[in-house]
Design a protein around this ligand. Structure first.
Ligand SMILES: Nc1ncnc2c1ncn2[C@@H]1O[C@H](COP(=O)(O)OP(=O)(O)O)[C@@H](O)[C@H]1O
Ligand SMILES: [Mg+2]
Length: 252
């Protein structure tokens, strides 16, 4: 169970308003139950990535606390949180020259057995031969790097996995299988899955939809109940304009 208690992430104001501060995450209280699938959505710049990074320890907690399985992890390092079973899949994954996907998987999982590595790839639906020896550098497409990031996160067998916009740059045909994969992993591992996304497939798959607006939780509950607010915030532009449309510019 992950509890966010009166959580704040505060940064100094921009130079023009020097001296002030801004609450990017503005007093969030929420409990994530084990084994559930959560989708976090909300307008651009509302604080979704900032919240995910607070949970992983990439952003420091300014005020409040994060309690994981009864332990206050607010002051723990990223590595200590990873050791406790929390994993984060970046919205914009890093690229490394000279490092192959095989190296990355081995570093992430500590596994150096070729057969086990191949099994992980099969599990996440990546064709081993075409991917394993690819360098995770600038030459990879946005979609490829996201698939690699996803596989690396899943391979670490986290108890709590946070995926930040895993569908960005992914072809439309891959989104359905990606949702199924995360649901299947969840069912098998009894982990908690948090996906930050605007995509309807993820919102529909979620047990609980959370809407973040201006650093606060504006809604949590089922998708049906979220729709009026999503329309209001123009998060789900697909509703009128994108229905049945395969335009990749639409949030579908
Ligand atoms: N470390 C930081 N310092 C200053 N501003 C930040 C920092 N991190 C995020 N922000 C700002 O906080 C807001 C929310 O960012 P983010 O959490 O990335 O939004 P989202 O993921 O919802 O699109 C944005 O205006 C962003 O520029
Ligand atoms: Mg973001």
């Amino acid at each position: 169970m992950l509890e966010l208690k009166n959580l704040y992430f505060t940064v100094p104001e921009s130079e023009e308003n020097s001296g002030g501060s801004r609450n990017i995450i503005d007093g969030i209280n929420f409990t994530f139950d084990d084994g559930k699938f959560y989708a976090i959505t909300g307008p651009n710049g509302s604080g979704k990535t900032s919240l995910a990074k607070l949970i992983m320890g990439i952003n420091p907690v300014s005020k409040g606390s994060i309690i994981y399985d009864g332990v206050d992890i607010s002051a723990l390092t990223i590595t200590e949180r990873a050791g406790a079973g929390i994993a984060y899949s970046f919205q914009q994954p890093a690229r490394f020259k000279g490092i192959t996907f095989r190296d990355l998987l081995m570093i992430a999982t500590g596994i150096d057995d070729e057969n086990k590595i191949l099994n992980i790839l099969k599990r996440v639906g990546i064709c081993p031969l075409s991917f394993l020896d690819k360098e995770v550098d600038a030459k990879l497409s946005g979609g490829e790097i996201k698939k690699i990031e996803l596989a690396t996160t899943i391979a670490a067998n986290p108890k709590l996995a946070i995926y930040d916009e895993p569908d960005t740059g992914i072809d439309l045909w891959t989104i359905g299988p990606m949702v199924s994969l995360l649901k299947k992993e969840l069912a098998e591992s009894k982990a908690t899955t948090i996906v930050v996304s605007h995509n309807r497939s993820f919102l529909e798959a979620a047990d609980i939809v959370i809407i973040i607006n201006s650093g606060r939780i504006a809604y949590s509950g089922n998708l049906e109940g979220a729709m009026p607010l999503l329309d209001d915030l123009s998060v789900c532009t697909y509703r009128d304009s994108c229905e049945g449309d395969s335009d990749a510019g639409c949030y579908r």
